[in-house]
Design a protein around this ligand. Structure first.
Ligand code: ATP
Ligand code: MG
Length: 393
């Protein structure tokens, strides 16, 4: 019985993208293959970069990406092993588990063919598979064909070279784009995109980010916790827009409501301990001091020392006349994060990306009319903040 023709598509797939999928599909149809087996590597022998997805995550993304093509399958043969895996060992093990008549087509970039004689036991590997080298613009064809002729002469190698349309997509580029809050839509399947987003893959965070996130998840109400995550996310985006440190902004956004759910009695004690200015509006509503109190608690009990981050947390509720761009970002992100909804918010959302000062003034005006109606007082720092901004523009 003639065996199947199986394409083997190995890669780090960190993450898998349309370049990989297009390559596999082009080769499947050009060589009349019965299926393509995607094999995410376990421990990549050459590649290490910070911020990489772990192998379970790479395997899952590969599964999600290939789901809609009935000819595409995924193997965990390499990801389930702990040690560095070599193609020769994987092919031998696959041969054992499949029919002896099956033929393997090992798909790879043409640049890898040029380096083939550096692979482990390559002369044996050449006997076991047909290599399909995909060339892209930029590959030195003279060098490639010289290498192919040599491998055929020396080892009777089976090598096919195939021209594939160029897609200037790489996993490295995608990881960088995620970290820079740029869109990755249309570079990879939507299912993989939302997986990356949900897990929060490929983003560099403040060293204490995970610890604080876990603390807040356990100590804040669900609603407040979700608000802090949204604020952190938006603060990171605004920071990139205004060229300030996104890692600090994200962390300050995450921590800004650290003290928000402290009860009245404890809040009054903290206000005294930390000598928070006792403005009449704080006398009326001590909870308003949660920014200043939160910053002091984070400093005292969590060793957060960065004053720029602490200031952003301190002044996020009533502001202050000396606010850095980072502080303004947290102030604004808190007001307009996606779960917020009030009349006039769309204008603020638009202004936030245009001009932070204008967004703050617009919010003050919105708020002032509401506060007048409800006869509450406004913190004197808020007036000072707005005076300062108005004078400086
Ligand atoms: P990285 O940027 O981390 O190097 P990558 O995008 O090159 O990742 P790999 O997992 O290293 O992805 O690639 C697996 C295989 O897919 C390789 O043989 C590679 O040559 C091929 N490949 C990667 N990107 C493309 C692309 N845009 N078009 C065609 N083939 C590609
Ligand atoms: Mg690569």
């Amino acid at each position: 019985m003639p065996g199947k023709k199986i394409g083997i598509m190995g890669g780090t797939f960190d993450p898998i993208h349309y370049g990989h999928l297009m390559l596999a599909e082009q080769i499947r149809t050009s060589f009349f293959l019965d299926e393509i087996l995607f094999i995410p590597v376990g421990k990549p022998p050459h590649k290490t970069h910070s911020n990489s997805a772990d192998r379970e995550q790479r395997l899952e993304m590969t599964r999600l990406a290939t789901k809609t093509n009935p000819y595409f399958h995924v193997s965990d043969i390499e990801t389930k092993r702990n040690e560095t895996t070599y193609t020769i060992d994987t092919i031998k093990r696959l041969k054992e588990s499949l029919s002896p008549n099956d033929q393997f087509f090992f798909i790879t970039g043409a640049d890898a063919i040029i380096l083939l004689d550096t692979w482990k036991d390559y002369s044996e590997l050449i006997q076991l598979v047909t290599f399909v080298g995909a060339t892209r613009p930029g590959v030195d064809l003279n060098k490639l064909y010289a290498k192919v002729r040599q491998l055929i002469a020396d080892y009777d190698a089976k090598i096919e070279i195939c021209y594939i349309p160029a897609l200037a997509i790489s996993s490295t580029e995608i990881r960088n784009r995620v970290n820079d809050e740029k869109s990755i839509r249309y570079l990879l399947p939507e299912s993989v995109e939302s997986y990356i987003d949900t897990i929060g893959l490929y983003k560099t965070h403040h060293p204490r980010y995970e610890a604080l996130k876990e603390y807040l998840r356990r100590n804040l109400s669900k609603h407040r916790y979700e608000h802090t995550l949204e604020t952190a996310k938006l603060a990171r985006k605004l920071a990139i827009r205004y060229d300030v440190d996104p890692i600090k902004a994200e962390f300050a956004g995450l921590c800004h409501d650290f003290a928000k759910e402290i009860d009245r009695e404890s809040m009054l004690k903290h206000i005294e301990t930390f000598t928070v200015y006792f403005d009449p509006c704080i006398q009326k509503n001590p909870n308003l001091a949660h920014g200043e109190v939160g910053a002091e608690l984070l400093k005292k009990y969590f060793d957060i020392e960065d004053e720029e981050i602490l200031d952003a947390i301190r002044w996020h509720t009533y502001g202050n006349k000396n606010m850095s761009t980072l502080s303004k970002i947290i102030y604004v992100a808190d007001i307009i994060e996606p779960s917020r909804n009030f009349e006039g918010i769309n204008k603020l959302r638009h202004l936030a990306y245009e001009d932070l000062d204008q967004a703050m003034i617009a919010y003050y005006e919105l708020n002032n009319s509401y506060l007048k109606e409800s006869k509450s007082s406004v913190h004197s720092y808020t007036h000072e903040m707005i005076d300062h901004i108005t004078r400086s523009i």
